[in-house]
Design a protein around this ligand. Sequence first.
Ligand code: UT7
Length: 383
Amino acid sequence: MRSAHIRGWGKFVPPQVMTNQDLARFVETDDEWIRTRTGIAERRVAGKTDTTLTMAVKAAREALRVADFDSTQVELVIVATATPDRVFPATACMVQDELGAEHAAAFDLSAGCSGFVYALSVASTMLKAGAANNALVIGSDALTHILDWTDRNTCVLFGDGAGAFLLQATEEPGGILSFELGSDGSGGDLLTGPMVGNTYEPAVGANLSHDFIFMNGRAVFRFATRIMGLAAERTIQKAGLTSDDIDLFIPHQANVRIIEAAARHLKLPMEKVYVNIHRYGNTSAASIPVACCEAVEEGRLHPGDRIVMVGFGAGLTWGAVTVQWEPMPKQLQPREVRVARRWLRHQKARATHLRHKLGHRAGEVVDTGTAVIEKQRKRHGER
Ligand code: UT7
């Protein structure tokens, strides 16, 4: 039976740090309130240098490097984001182009802060079904670009960043064991982003912002404290496990009090819970993969460990996934050969990209896709 394994992981956070004290200089808040109510001490801000796309590309490159995987062999790119650079083209397509992932299908997925878990579930299902052999799953968000910096209810909570996994289908057991996804659109007005053109307005209730994030914090808090534990419990059960079997719990980093409530529900000691919200705040779709990368860096993940990742967010949505963390498979060729071949393939892909770009600009009929489909036919032995 095919399974989907996480073979590579990468993160990127912008270098600019904004502390609670920095915020308190221009909005009515203070370090003490933010720390005690949320656990956040500082966050990263993309500013003008980084965007959802640039952060996604940097995180993806790192995931490919860790997996020792060639971008030209990637078959699927999914970017979970609530802040795409543009409504279209999909950020995933721009990532595909930047990486030279010339054989990849690419699309964005919008499920708020649950987006990464949703994307992981979609990718693993496609891999297990044989629809693709590997996938780059990326969570990238630049929420500070859509914050109202005068609204203390929201501007203290969010930060920017990106995280990526390279998933590979294999016959080995383990990898993504189970997932649990859900939504309740009746709570959509509780957490909204900027509108595009003419938009639905609720007849009653919230006075939604047109240009920025709006949030009913208390209501989202109540929803989150309940759903995180429940969703995690369901995916653990579906994997045929109990919470005693879980080695590390990696929750969406929105509020340390919400994380503690979920851990209590699962009867997990906090030593088994990964928390880095103090460094980054809530980075939306990036928060879980960034946390996972840091757990690896800190030596908190070992081969064979069972982990649960769980998110919740705008929609309202929630998602949880149980994973058996496996080591890298043995590589058949020496590293130098693999690196050299990868470099050559990448140069070829960049040359194709340039040829197509110039052709498109010159108004030529560019044979986009034909060569890719031909290669795929050959690979699958079709005529
Ligand atoms: O990824 C999903 C996205 N969102 C979330 O997960 C957020 C979920 N919600 C929360 O994390 C919490 O509800 C918040 C952190 C947003 C707020 O914490 P709270 O303990 O629920 O505070 P509150 O909204 O009940 O507000 C308490 C007081 C209020 O003052 P009054 O009315 O009691 O006088 C607020 O005006 O704190 C005030 N307040 C602030 N004070 C200083 C609200 N924001 C701030 C602030 N600094 N930044």
